[in-house]
Design a binder for this molecule. Structure first.
Ligand code: RIB
Ligand code: CA
Length: 308
């Protein structure tokens, strides 16, 4: 499976990268970074740190420093000043490639001999810019798997989830582009909480990957408790990759989803018409159920892969 991961590391993005590197089914064409959890400079540094530490060998292409229309926001309350607080990564000389994320996406997707799976775990700005640059790439996208949105309540406003709220215009372009959309929203990601039991379970693996996981998750949890009063941070982003590793993990329903780019208080809401009230054309597979035990088995298996 030819795949591109577009991300804004971010604690949960880092674990999505770790999952990606643990499974040989993925032929990773490249990693693109976007502003979101932190500035584009910091999310890019964080991606390079994880890639170096886990010896993944992926090329990184730096992307958008701000959404298409809105001003840039960050989520330092959860991810900290660095965007990946809690673990000290070893120094290295890795640098992002000279090509932009948008240009890389267009080139890689056009040149791929098989259709490409594009996974986004941050604001969808880079993918939207690539589609705006060359709409023809859509015919060579197998599917877009995004962490974002919510059938129910949001997590930055009552209506909207962070990634979509950051750049609703970009999400709208992606949802309307014609490529199959798989939306992994808060409805399932809020069920995979990294509780103390999970941290203790993964700590027992006692290798470099589990050390990174547990150290990052301890900080992630402290911040999730402060902000959301949660007894364990939701591992949002890795659910995208895990659902590609094991298709039995997540149940999707095929529905019409519209992104609210107009209203003020509901800006960035994903209106998923699960009951099909409006009888509009269906355009998205929306995650409604997840096997929590299976998810953490996938995480544990991935951590054990890195026995270096
Ligand atoms: O709402 C959760 C999403 O916002 C995750 O992708 C997290 O990394 C943040 O970017
Ligand atoms: Ca993210």
């Amino acid at each position: 499976m030819n795949i591109i991961l577009d991300c804004d590391p971010g604690h949960d993005d880092a674990i999505a990268l770790l999952l990606l590197g643990s499974n040989k089914k993925f032929n990773v064409l490249g990693i693109t970074t976007t502003a979101g959890n932190q500035t584009i400079e910091k999310t890019t540094i964080n991606a390079l740190n994880v890639i170096n530490y886990l010896n993944l060998g992926y090329k990184v292409y730096m992307g958008a420093n701000k959404p298409l229309k809105r001003d840039a926001v960050i989520c330092d309350a959860i991810h900290g000043e660095s965007g990946l607080d809690g673990f000290i990564f070893p120094k290295h000389n890795l640098k992002p490639e000279n090509m932009s994320a948008k240009d890389f996406m267009v080139k890689a997707i056009k040149e791929s001999k098989e259709k490409v799976v594009v996974v986004t775990t941050g604001p969808m700005t880079n993918l939207a810019l690539a589609i705006l640059e060359d709409k023809n790439i859509v015919s060579n996208i197998e599917k877009i798997v995004l962490m974002g949105g919510s059938i129910g309540a949001g997590n930055v406003t009552p209506a909207a989830e962070f990634n979509i709220n950051c750049d609703a215009e970009a999400a709208d372009i992606c949802f309307r582009c014609g490529a199959p959309i798989y939306m992994v929203g808060l409805d399932v990601t809020r069920k995979v909480l990294v509780t103390e039991d999970i941290i203790n379970r993964m700590k027992k693996i006692n290798n470099n990957a589990s050390k990174m996981f547990t150290d990052l998750m301890i900080t992630f949890n402290i911040n999730q408790k402060k902000v959301f009063n949660l007894d364990g941070g939701p591992l949002h982003d890795p659910v995208t990759i895990a659902s590609l590793i094991n298709p039995n993990l997540v149940h999707f329903e095929y529905v019409n989803t519209e992104i609210d780019i107009i209203s003020s208080s509901s800006y960035g809401r994903t209106n998923c018409d699960i009951p099909n009230y409006l009888k509009k054309e269906k355009n998205s597979y929306v995650a409604t159920k997840i096997d929590v035990d299976l998810f953490f088995d996938i995480i544990e298996e991935a951590l054990r892969y890195y026995n270096f």
